[in-house]
Design a protein around this ligand. Sequence first.
Ligand code: FAD
Length: 402
Amino acid sequence: MYNSSAAFSSSNTQYKNRLFVYEVEGLSSDSNGNSFNVPIRNSGTVFITVPYSRMNQEMRRINNLGGKVISIQPVGNDVPAQTSQPAPQQKAASNNKKSMTQAEPKKAKKKVPVNIYRPKNPYVGKCTEIYDLVAEGGVGTCRHMTFDLSGGDLHYVEGQSIGIIPPGEDEKGKPHKLRLYSIASTRHGDNLEDTTVSLCVRKLEYEDPETGEQVEGVCSSFLCNLNPGDDVSITGPVGKEMLLPDDEDANVIMIATGTGIAPFRAYLWRMFLEGDKNPDYNYTGKAWLFFGIPKTANILYKDQLEEMVSKNDNFRMDYAISREQQNPEGGRMYIQHRIAEHADELWEMMQNPKTHTYICGLKGMEGGIDEALSAAAAKHDVNWDEYRKAMKKEHRWHVETY
Ligand code: FAD
């Protein structure tokens, strides 16, 4: 049995507020039927996050359940230098050059293209296709559109964005600045020939709070009003925050509101629809999409998403339809309520170093999600803010909101 107290003596105050991950093998239920409800990996081990203050208690509990702790690692990469002698198993773990949370050594990252086209010299591509994504009775206008890239060198990977420069000038007589849009297609494009890029754009429409006048956003209106054959100035690609991990067995939690679905469309198409095109990427992890929209008619890409769920056991999807579904308090069902409903299961998934969480869409959606996950973490005496920061450092927590 691994001796935690030797490795992290209580006199070492540097560790007082820290979290540790136990890798445990041989877990079963105790005589009372209690068990650690954590996903068991193919290797037969599980990961359990433990706050410093409960290390001994958890160790006893694992013992009672017949488990054996095979390694203990501090969470996060900025761990203070250890003052006591590391236990032999810990030395072995560090010799294996594993990351501090048991994450496997990273494969060499493939090069991510950035800024192939800049605003001074954008790529001009033609719109090849544009169609409505909001069904009758839905709120607002949102369109899927595709641009031809065959005349240049613009290429990208899933999770990146491109810039669009709308034609014309702003109120100061200067050319309009570019606006960013998440790429909604995979690197192979909707035509699977690596020569197109697609977007999912909501037309910004609002009432001016001072004049009461109806205002339309410059770039989103330009894009939503395009016709096939029209020219569009494109820059980029940009962005490394929302890249999909290379690991085929990564678990991917996706939390989207509205057009926040765009990068997830790219992920899901790559995972489940483009098998033959990606001989080096055969997705075997678990993907779970949470999608917040106001009405059923606003479920973007509804048919394809639902077909994907029906055909793939490792893809799960939960909607939060605010104007049609109720939360447990009887109010509108927003994304944070759906997250709260599944928070314990999500927390468990996040214990696995192969789980990545992505949030994309409306600015401000993170607060409610944090609240829901805080409650789940608190059940294990873990401070969610610290845990989320640790995941961010490990590149397992990705947020793009606008
Ligand atoms: P503008 O003409 O620039 O008007 C926007 C301005 O209008 C705001 O700055 C604000 O001053 C004002 N305004 C807006 N709403 C109100 C209101 N209710 N009351 C008063 N004033 C208001 N959008 C998508 O549709 N799809 C995407 O996939 C997408 N991806 C993005 C990815 C990233 C990384 C980022 C940063 C943004 C993304 N956006 C996306 C948003 C997009 O970049 C634009 O911001 C959006 O389309 C609006 O641009 P616009 O030119 O139409 O609006």
